[in-house]
Ligand binder design. Structure first.
Ligand code: 13P
Length: 264
């Protein structure tokens, strides 16, 4: 199967946005776009990752959407199960709430909240043990890119993941490449640069697991309706992890539509 035969995923990472009433409007509007011109799950998997406090209302509101839209958690606890861990939400609690997917290792968590390799791998282990699927984020800083270390940094992050994923668990993994310098800056990696990194990631994954051949590798970093088509045209870019543009239903829908059309 070639990279472009993989069903694309377009995931909206809402980060610490928006207020509940705006979230309701955003979902309402997204549902209207999907009602008017549905994008099937075979064409493109669509998912949104709201804040922890909006996960269940969003999931509820999406129940009658014209197509299946997944609700994804942005994070989970490094601690499993239940117990005296104030402020934490475990993999088991997410699963118990009907949440099946979680982002792990986003650069904002790594840079601002101290999620180091140990914490990230604990989160990966907990998520997979609770039978959640993970969207594992990797990406280099501008400094690392400029000093020629981008590939090495990203492949190391893939190796960190491989250390805690068993053979059978790879089917529960999606990778998102998000160069840190492209996040929220309006600067997208050029399709050629992004494709080159995605091809490296795929070849690394293929050495680790047969599933590497068909694993979705998403690109994130200033994805917009305007650049989605060019990114979607790259064989190893199997979708997008969208930040800012996911807060607008029309642009988010258009990004999903671009991937659905280009990849068909
Ligand atoms: P932007 O699309 O706002 O650059 O954010 C990307 C991102 O971090 C998605 O997880």
């Amino acid at each position: 199967m070639s990279g472009s035969a993989i069903t694309p995923w377009v995931v909206g990472n809402w980060k610490m946005n928006p207020m509940q009433s705006d979230s309701q409007q955003l979902i309402q509007s997204l549902k209207q776009y999907l009602q008017a011109a549905p994008i099937s799950a075979q064409q493109c998997r669509i998912a949104v990752a709201p804040t922890a406090i909006a996960l269940l209302p969003v999931q509820q509101q999406l129940k009658d959407a014209a197509v299946d839209v997944l609700t994804v958690a942005q994070d989970l606890s490094r601690v499993a199960g239940t117990g005296a861990y104030t402020g934490e939400v475990s993999a088991e609690l997410l699963k118990d709430s009907g949440i099946e997917h979680v982002l792990i290792g986003h650069s904002e968590r790594r840079e601002l909240f101290g999620d180091n390799v140990q914490i990230i791998t604990e989160k990966v282990k907990n998520a997979l043990k609770a039978d959640l699927s993970i969207i594992y984020c990797v990406g280099e800083s501008l400094e690392q890119r400029e000093s020629g270390q981008a590939e090495q940094v990203v492949l190391q992050q893939i190796c960190d993941l491989a250390n805690v994923v068993s053979n059978a668990q790879w089917t529960k993994v999606i990778v998102a490449y998000e160069p840190i310098w492209a996040i929220g800056t309006g600067k997208t990696a050029s399709p050629a640069d992004a494709q080159a990194m995605h091809a490296n990631i795929r070849s690394g994954l293929k050495q680790l697991t047969p599933h590497g051949e068909t694993m979705a590798i998403l690109y994130g970093g200033s994805v917009k309706a305007e650049n989605a088509e060019a990114l979607a045209a790259c064989p190893d870019i199997n979708g997008a992890l969208v930040g800012g543009a996911a807060l607008n239903a029309e642009s988010f829908y258009q990004i999903a539509q671009a991937f659905a059309q280009v990849k068909k």
